[in-house]
Design a protein around this ligand. Structure first.
Ligand SMILES: Cc1ncc(COP(=O)(O)O)c(C=O)c1O
Length: 482
């Protein structure tokens, strides 16, 4: 079997710039170690020859030899007769792939603070909604239990919510699915063919990027800054690449928290229409409004070939595993056909629970909103002390801060944080292709005292990683789930 390998030029792209005062071999060894530990150079991949890497990085041969030797001693590289050097993980490493949060409880010590998941506990009234749903269940038991598009009463409530937002919608345009991620994945598979270009934001919600990648699409990354989208770049990217689909988060974008204003939505829609691109807009964070910014229209009000993806995971609870698609009528047959191959429909009980919840309110529970605002304030008050020089834009909604670091050391910081009992997500986990080592995402979904403790541990981790480099043997940042 031919050996899989990573090219020297790709390594040059992935490595962060050298830090002043750090010897070149150490910069290279640490950089490669992070890439291997982070899975961006997968274990078992061949590394380029010393000569190739020397040329590509414009460093001396001794630098590369020494870096490879340091990596070998740390267990991140093995020399193979005839096949050069292979990336490896030291014995005892844990593989926390996507879905790390689904690992058994014992995987993370109890006193760890986990800031890798931007999701909240269930709001007050959830158990009561389940009880009410169970009470209603008997009237459905005489049927087959298959309702591919979803329960009619739930679809009606969801359609009415779009009408309230200025987008007339009929219940037959709503398809209930098992969460927004399942919805994004279904839409991408139904509407694109492997090999076609699909635009994704970078940074973006990692599991959606992964879903697009797994569909076989060619990823077209569109940068999103902490301040939001650059309209000219957005239009130019769409015009040049003519993507088959564009998967975007316009409402409290995860992770930046940006909210795309109406004027930008109008010009985005124009560019997408001209390019013949179908938009798949993930509105998962829509109801997590913490301040009172203007409420832009849904993109589908500007663009007919637009699928809106909704979810109850952030407005209500992730455990419902219930989301939905709002589909333009012309695309419904393709979506339904693709969906049948998936799962034939969502579970009844959870749909009844959501019906119960939505009939009270589609919005975030007011108590939850207050808690999140308070937690966001505690976090922004403490961050300057934890990481002097850190920067951020306070989002008007969503569940996390996208924090700019004064140095490109996010993966290193995540590993150092793990050592002091704090799990955080480094920027590269949100990148469509590579980079973002200058950012971390910090969700403020925990009560204020936990955030105070988390910021204190973050400060310790930041200071310790500056004195580094200690060995990152056997450790890697935990995957993002929400
Ligand atoms: C933008 C975005 N899309 C989708 C999801 C997953 O949503 P669901 O739980 O409905 O599958 C998340 C979860 O954090 C998210 O932030």
């Amino acid at each position: 079997m031919p050996l899989l390998g990573i090219t020297a030029s790709r390594i040059a792209e992935l490595l962060a710039s050298p830090s002043p005062g750090v010897p070149a071999y150490r910069w290279l060894a640490e950089g490669l170690q992070l890439l291997i530990a982070d899975g961006r150079i997968p274990s078992g991949y061949a590394l380029p020859s010393e000569r190739r890497l020397t040329e590509s990085l414009a460093v001396s041969r001794t630098t590369v030899t020494k870096a490879y030797s340091v990596l070998g001693e740390a267990g991140f590289l093995t020399a193979r007769q005839g096949s050069g050097h292979l990336a490896t993980l030291p014995a005892g490493s844990r593989h926390l792939g996507v879905g790390g949060a689904l690992l058994p409880d014992g995987e993370v010590a109890e006193d760890f603070l986990d800031l890798t998941c931007a999701a909240s506990r269930a709001p007050a009234g959830t158990a009561e909604a389940y009880a009410a749903a169970v009470a209603k269940l008997p009237r459905y038991l005489a049927g087959t239990g298959y309702a591919t598009g979803g329960l009619p009463e739930l679809r009606e409530l969801i359609a009415a919510r779009y009408a309230e937002r200025g987008l007339p919608t009929t219940p037959d345009q709503i398809m209930v699915v098992s969460g927004a991620l399942a919805g994004v994945s279904l839409a991408v598979r139904a509407l694109t063919r492997p090999g076609q270009p699909v635009l994704v934001e970078t940074p973006s919600y990692p599991n959606a990027i992964d879903a697009v990648r797994r569909s076989g699409a060619r990823l077209i990354p569109l940068p999103v800054e902490p301040t939001g989208w650059d309209p000219e770049l957005t239009t130019a990217t769409i015009e040049t690449t003519k993507p088959a689909a564009a998967v975007m988060i316009l409402d409290f974008h995860n992770p930046t928290g940006s909210l795309m204003p109406d004027a930008q939505r109008a010009s985005l829609a124009t560019a997408l229409r001209r390019a013949g691109t179908v938009a798949i807009i993930d509105e998962t964070m829509l109801e997590v409004r913490l301040d009172d910014p203007p409420t832009p229209l849904p993109l589908a009000a500007y663009l007919s070939r637009c699928i809106l993806v909704g979810s109850s995971s952030k407005s209500h609870w992730g455990g419902l595993r219930t989301g939905w698609l709002r589909v333009p009528r012309a695309l419904l047959p393709r979506l339904l056909q693709a969906r049948i191959a998936d799962d034939l429909g969502a579970p009844f009980l959870e749909q009844l629970v959501l019906t119960e919840m939505l009939s009270h309110s589609a919005a975030l529970h007011p108590e939850r909103r207050d808690e999140l605002r308070a937690a966001r304030k505690v976090m922004t008050d403490r961050l300057p002390e934890a990481i002097p020089g850190a920067s951020w834009v306070v989002p008007a909604g969503g569940l996390s801060l996208w924090v700019g670091l004064p140095a490109a050391r996010a993966s290193q910081l995540a590993i150092a944080a793990q050592k002091v009992g704090l799990l955080i997500s480094p920027g590269p986990q949100f990148a469509a292709t590579h980079g973002l080592e200058r950012f971390i995402r910090l969700p403020y979904k925990d009560p204020a005292p936990a955030i105070v403790e988390a910021m204190s541990r973050l400060g310790r981790a930041w200071r310790s990683q500056q004195e580094l480099p200690s060995s990152t043997r056997g450790q890697r940042p935990r995957s993002v789930v929400a």
